[in-house]
Design a protein around this ligand. Structure first.
Ligand code: SAH
Length: 391
């Protein structure tokens, strides 16, 4: 097996549970294998630190699988998946058939994402090491769960860095239908696994979508960056007077409309606007009682930080301007490169420019089926604020 030897004193983070070894911490790599091969990691004094997989072409050269030198076989994967399932059994609410079963590093399976949509699993293998483990993970999933099909949707920038191309398609069983039906807290949604974003649905926002139910009755709501309508459907089902859903994608809005009708909501209660959110906010004057801003990541690379922050400030400034007195704003950022404190400060600057008194009711984050290893703060990307705009 490949051995990765660390520089003196560089084993600390891994020993404390951090799953990444950066190339700068490595003294030597001995042994050969394709990118993503298993490797034992040892400290400078030769003491074992654990086992991971190594891809020397990446700045995150090693991702740890275990802090013990154990066999990485079907039994190891089974134990990881059973632990992941036990966590979901504890945190996924009833009336909910879609959830994240494996959240990569947060479930000690780096680079592996497994989302459950009823009888279908949609998974992503984001690294070369995850790719190598794929057959084992599929085999164990088939054994553990009663499934109709497992579909792969491995896409994105990380794979490019790892030297991989995108991989999509059926891994086992039946192809999922064009629209898979799921339930979330008693609301019915159709998910476009193949054509949709990520694995098809933003499962990380489930608990925040649930949060709008008690705020909804009688409210006029703006669902900004609506995608397939999630926040708006929940609000309308819980008595929102009127919901305007805005998204730049026509296909997403078409599905948002379907989801609206699929929950028995009347046309008169909803409006679907295909527009750029920046222009929409700037051109709108009529106030809303409740606004949700859930944009795509404006900062995909570290060098986009400044431009991204300007974007967040602009939409928050315009939205804060539009919240009626006594109204509320739920505002989010899912940019991994934007820290929680920088995001909060950006919203503060927006509030100052909007000349509104803003109070924080709650700090928001991803749903509990998206656990983050405490030793791996980089795993947390979604942050949000629930704000009250009474004077
Ligand atoms: N809140 C949604 C998820 C939002 S994902 C949910 O709960 O499901 C972000 C959405 O923003 C995507 O649907 C994307 O099409 C849309 N989007 C991206 N850029 C946009 C822009 N400039 N104006 C409006 N919508 C945009």
């Amino acid at each position: 097996m490949i051995t990765v030897k660390l520089k003196p004193g560089r084993e600390g983070p891994v020993t404390a549970g951090h799953p990444w070894v950066f190339s700068g911490a490595i003294a030597s790599i001995t042994g050969e294998g394709p990118g993503g091969s298993l490797a034992q990691v040892v400290a400078a004094d030769g003491n074992a630190v654990g086992i991971g997989y190594v891809n020397p072409r990446c700045s995150i050269a090693v991702r740890m699988l275990s802090r013990q030198l154990e066999e990485i076989d079907a039994d190891f994967i089974r134990r990881r998946l059973e632990a992941a399932l036990a966590l979901r059994r504890a945190v996924v609410p009833p009336d909910t058939t879609a959830y994240r079963l494996v959240n990569g590093e947060g479930d000690f399976l780096p680079g592996i994402i497994v989302d459950v949509y009823g009888p279908f699993i949609v998974c992503q293998y984001l690294t070369a090491g995850a790719d190598i483990l794929k057959p084992l993970v599929v085999e164990v999933m088939v054994r553990l769960f009663s499934l109709q099909g497992i579909y792969e949707k491995s896409e994105g920038g990380v794979r490019q860095e790892e030297g991989l191309t995108n991989a999509t398609g059926l891994l086992w069983g039946e192809e999922p239908p064009p629209l898979v039906e799921i339930w979330e807290n008693g609301c019915r949604f159709l998910v476009n696994v193949r054509g949709g974003q990520k694995t098809g649905f933003f499962l990380d926002q489930r608990e925040n979508r649930a949060l709008v139910d008690t705020r909804a009755p009688g409210k006029r709501m703006l669902n900004g960056f609506a995608y397939t309508g999630g926040f708006g459907v929940v609000a309308a089902k819980h008595g929102a007077r009127h919901v305007v859903s805005v998204d730049s994608s026509e296909a997403s809005l078409r599905l948002a409309r379907k989801n609206w009708h699929g929950n028995g909501l009347p046309d008169a209660q909803g409006e679907f606007v295909q527009a750029d959110m920046f222009s929409y906010l700037r051109e709108t004057t009529e106030p809303f009682d409740l606004i949700v801003l859930d944009p795509p990541p404006f900062i995909r690379r570290r060098q986009d930080l400044k431009v991204g922050i300007t974007g967040y400030k602009e939409i928050n400034l315009q939205a804060l301007r539009l919240v009626a007195p006594g109204g509320q704003l739920l505002t989010f950022s899912c940019s991994q490169h934007l820290s929680t404190s920088d995001f909060f400060q950006t919203v503060l600057f927006a509030a100052a420019d909007a000349r509104r008194n803003v109070r924080v009711l709650k700090h928001l984050g991803p749903a509990a089926d998206h656990p983050v290893n405490l030793a791996h703060p980089e795993g947390a990307y979604l942050k949000g604020l629930w704000l009250w705009l009474g004077d």
